[in-house]
Design a protein around this ligand. Structure first.
Ligand code: ATP
Ligand code: MG
Length: 396
């Protein structure tokens, strides 16, 4: 039957993102533990009904690599989405707490995400697509200097929330790795977007990055249309699907580096996030600041071992003779500086050479091919299972 808000008892706080909060709850009538996400939107009742209708498609999503959906309902004026509770929560919390994630595990994560994306796309034509963030107010005045550098025609910045990134890759104590927060509902995407979005200038590039300060991944689309008006059932959206699938691949590449390094690759911090000290900062609500890797699922812990993050920034700021110097990358970089950096500088890589298995280096390079036309899609990346296997075994 349909879920109702008064049937739930909150038993914990799993965290909050830019667009809402997630609680650990018990569905009292059935005793089922769930994760209940409150999505803050500002939409008319008819639109909210449409969102709920569109979300029903998730009832049909059954894959070991996708977080299961229990149902969604309105909580005026917002929307609640109830999903499978993943008792080890998300990978961002894990690396922030325990430091860099071991390469064999990162390989498993890569495989799980690719399987999840392939399932969503092949079976449901769902692309793991994000929402569009508004840039408004004084920061809009930052645009003009960027125009010349980026050949800006149109620019869409996708707000995180439905993207491949560590906070949307969840794990449980059985060692399952699953993705969540994918964009099944065009109306939901639009509503979130409309809650934040204004008009913006658009850029002629298509890249993903994550903002070091907010942790949000942003997507710069080469699209020249107002993509925020796209709907799931329109041909341009479906055509756009190929690109979006490849955008997911870029996001995956960045996420894998982030996990393997234990920090966001566009940050030049010398000290990697080291989980052994201090609790995770994202309010994951597990409370305990943690003895070593007690949070790691057993199956993952078996292969985990201490690992230090290498230095990060792509070293080659060199070939840039007649370009303005790149902005200094770092946690205080503005989103626009970061975009400029990503456009002008080589994609990040698993470095230093020799530290990671060759297969892992190649895989990540394939994900981070800057030209989406040359970038592989999830299926192409999955057809080299031997590679992933070698990777998953680590450097023998
Ligand atoms: P953003 O809003 O930018 O997407 P986010 O993904 O961190 O960021 P939410 O999707 O609101 O934000 O999730 C908040 C946190 O709740 C996540 O970081 C994750 O740790 C936790 N979480 C989300 N869904 C689940 C779930 N099904 N089971 C367990 N924990 C979850
Ligand atoms: Mg999320």
């Amino acid at each position: 039957g349909d879920l109702r808000n008064d049937e739930f008892k909150v038993v914990g706080d799993l965290g909050a993102g830019a667009g809402g909060t997630v609680d650990k709850v018990v569905h009292v009538p059935t005793g089922t533990i769930m994760a209940k996400k409150l999505v803050l939107i500002d939409a008319k009742p008819a639109v909210r009904k449409q969102i709920l209708r569109e979300l029903q498609i998730m009832h049909g999503c059954a894959s070991p690599f996708i977080v299961s959906f229990y149902g969604a309902f309105m909580r005026e004026p917002h929307i609640c989405i109830c999903m499978e509770y993943m008792d080890r929560t998300s990978l961002d919390g894990m690396y922030k707490k325990h430091g860099a994630i071991d390469v064999p595990i990162v390989g498993k994560i890569a495989e799980a995400v690719l399987e999840g994306l392939t399932y969503l796309y092949d079976v449901h034509r769902i692309i793991h697509r994000g929402t569009y963030a508004r840039r408004s107010g004084p920061s809009d005045s930052l645009w003009p200097p960027v125009l010349g550098l980026l050949d800006v025609r149109t620019c869409v910045i996708r707000r995180a929330g439905t993207d491949i990134k560590p906070s949307n890759i969840l794990v449980n104590s059985r060692g399952a790795i699953k993705i969540c927060d994918f964009g099944v509902s065009g109306e939901l995407i639009n509503s979130i977007a409309n809650t934040f979005v204004g008009t913006s200038t658009y850029m002629s590039v298509s890249l993903w990055c994550s903002h070091p300060a907010s942790g949000n991944y942003v997507y710069v689309s080469e699209s020249t249309e107002r993509t925020s008006s796209a709907r799931a059932d329109q041909p341009e959206r479906i055509q756009g699907g190929n690109y979006s699938v490849k955008s997911d691949v870029w996001s995956l590449g960045i996420s894998l580096i982030e996990l393997a390094f234990g920090r966001f690759p566009f940050s030049n911090n010398d000290s990697p996030t080291n989980g052994s000290h201090g609790s995770s900062s994202n309010g994951d609500g597990n409370g305990n600041g943690g003895e070593d890797d007690s949070d790691l699922p057993d199956e993952l812990r078996a292969t985990a071992k201490a690992s230090r993050a290498p230095p990060v920034l792509p070293s080659s700021s060199s070939g840039a003779a007649n370009r303005p110097p790149p902005p200094a990358a770092g946690p205080n970089m503005s989103i626009l500086d970061l975009l400029q950096y990503i456009v002008n500088e080589p994609a990040p890589r698993l470095t230093p050479p020799g530290k990671y298995p060759r297969e892992a280096e190649v895989f990540v390079d394939d994900c981070l091919q800057k030209d989406p036309g040359l970038r592989k899609n999830p299926k192409q990346l999955l057809v080299t299972p031997e590679d992933l296997e070698v990777w998953a075994k680590g450097m023998a």
